[in-house]
Write a protein that binds this ligand. Structure first.
Ligand code: DLL
Length: 436
């Protein structure tokens, strides 16, 4: 099912000509209206007319998160402020928030892109979708809301939190679709179990649109089992739009990038050079159809690779792998690169563990210590030491085989690790706290 068949199945050649026209237009507007871009292009001796083919994008400067901070709050806005009708922000862990601006046309395009996402999950008029992304400055809430409403589904704007009420609404209203972060989807499933409600059996849930944070395949399986739905991964970021930049179809093999709206590159994060399809690198996005805040070559820090082949669903847009990490959440432990997603993958391959874990990195005299805390399932957790020791050994071996370094494992009682209703905080790095 497509929302916009013509766009989503556009032959490659036509797509590229649309992209080129839109790229030229975007660069022109950025040059004329955003001093930051005008200066950056002038410094490189580039004029908008120099962009004659799609590969000329490589002449353009990158934009980084730091650039957003340096130009905060209005420095990247390309229209008079009286044309802006919505402003979102992402909190970020340090410093100023990143702010994003939308004209009415930007909001319409965004709603269309989210309608495509939801139609790919077979959401239609008659469905009831519970939207448990946070409403507010975060783009998840209103982004999913507008898309679902455009499709014609009934939206339950439950926002995040109060899991018991979420479950009550899912049951009583006959909710068929759920939108939230994958970690919150797990909390809903877990709370259901605690209340003696098996949502997989008793609810009408059929599909879920889960994104805003990484979700490994085993975690997806866990969500699908406890909620009884098909879990689709959706991707986006405040700097570029919000959710709706890329999404899975029912084949669940890669996320289709909305290439009529975004120009996609994958680069080597060290050298900045473009990588061919299939190679892992940093995703770089250029907006092709944004009025209020066009962004050239944004370095997302998200690590992906592109599939070289097309998808049986008929969409011609290129697919990217799930996000396997971020250039900035990569931990270097005793010189070895470690991604939290690798740890999650390994943990969820071991029977008897819950998908709730935390990674603690510390430094004992001069040596980095990696410790993984993970919850054990209710039926395995006992007062006896022996079964837990065996399980601990199994987990350690699994982690060591994936990471190639020695890891300490701490098995904890079910329900003891802190839950997050938005994005989960998985890593505690104590090495920065001056504890030596
Ligand atoms: O998280 C937008 C969003 C809302 C996406 C709802 C999907 C659903 P930010 O708060 O700006 O925007 O965070 C963007 O979150 O660079 C990724 O690192 C991460 N992220 C987003 N989607 C996924 C995903 C929203 N599907 C940052 N898988 C991005 C892994 C994701 N990471």
């Amino acid at each position: 099912m497509y929302w916009n068949k013509e766009a989503e199945t556009m032959p490659r050649e036509k797509l590229e000509s649309v992209q080129l026209l839109r790229l030229q237009e975007t660069v022109k507007r950025a040059y004329q209206n955003v001093a930051f871009y005008r200066d950056a292009l002038d410094r490189r001796g580039i004029k908008p007319d120099d962009i004659r083919s799609l590969s000329d994008v490589s002449q353009l400067p990158f934009t980084t998160k730091q650039d957003f901070r340096d130009t905060y709050p209005f420095g990247l806005v390309a229209v008079p402020m009286n044309r802006v009708v919505r402003i979102h922000a992402s909190s970020g862990t340090t410093g100023k928030p990143v702010t994003a601006y939308y004209t009415q046309k930007d909001l319409d395009v965004w709603a269309e892109l989210m309608a495509r996402v939801m139609t790919a999950g077979e959401l239609r008029k008659g469905d009831i979708i519970q939207n448990a992304y946070g409403y507010g400055l975060f783009t998840g809430g209103l982004g999913a809301h507008d898309g679902a409403q455009l499709v014609g589904a009934a939206v339950v704007p439950s926002s995040v939190g109060n899991s018991r009420r979420q479950i009550l609404l899912i049951q009583d209203l006959g909710v068929t679709a759920l939108a939230c972060t994958p970690s919150y989807a797990l909390i809903i499933g877990e709370t259901g179990r605690e209340l003696g409600t098996d949502l997989a059996k008793t609810s009408k849930l059929r599909v879920g649109f889960f994104g805003a944070e990484p979700c490994s395949e085993p975690m997806r399986k866990e969500i699908e089992d406890c909620l009884g739905l098909k879990a689709l991964d959706i991707y986006g970021l405040t700097e570029i739009l919000g959710p709706g930049v890329a999404h899975e179809c029912m084949n669940q093999r890669g996320l289709h990038l909305a290439e009529d709206n975004f120009l996609v590159e994958v680069i080597d994060p060290e050298t900045g050079r473009s990588l061919p399809p299939g190679q892992k690198g940093e995703l770089v996005l250029t907006t092709l159809n944004k009025e209020a805040m066009p962004v050239l070559r944004y370095r997302t820090r998200d690590i992906v690779s592109l599939y070289p082949d097309t998808c049986p669903c008929g969409r011609t847009f290129v697919r990217m792998t799930k996000i396997t990490g971020r250039t900035d959440d990569m931990l270097i432990v005793r010189g070895v690169n470690v991604f939290p997603s690798q740890i999650e993958d390994a943990l969820l391959r071991v029977d008897g563990l819950e998908p709730h874990y935390q990674i603690v990195v510390d430094r004992d005299s001069h040596l980095d210590e990696l410790e993984v805390w993970v919850e054990v399932s209710e039926d395995i957790f006992t007062d006896e030491i022996a079964p837990l020791e065996t399980l601990e050994l199994k987990v350690r071996k699994e982690l060591e085989s994936v990471l190639g370094i020695w890891t300490r494992v701490r098995l904890v009682e079910p329900g003891t690790l802190e839950r997050s209703e938005g994005k989960a905080k998985r890593v505690i790095d104590r090495r920065d706290l001056g504890k030596r």
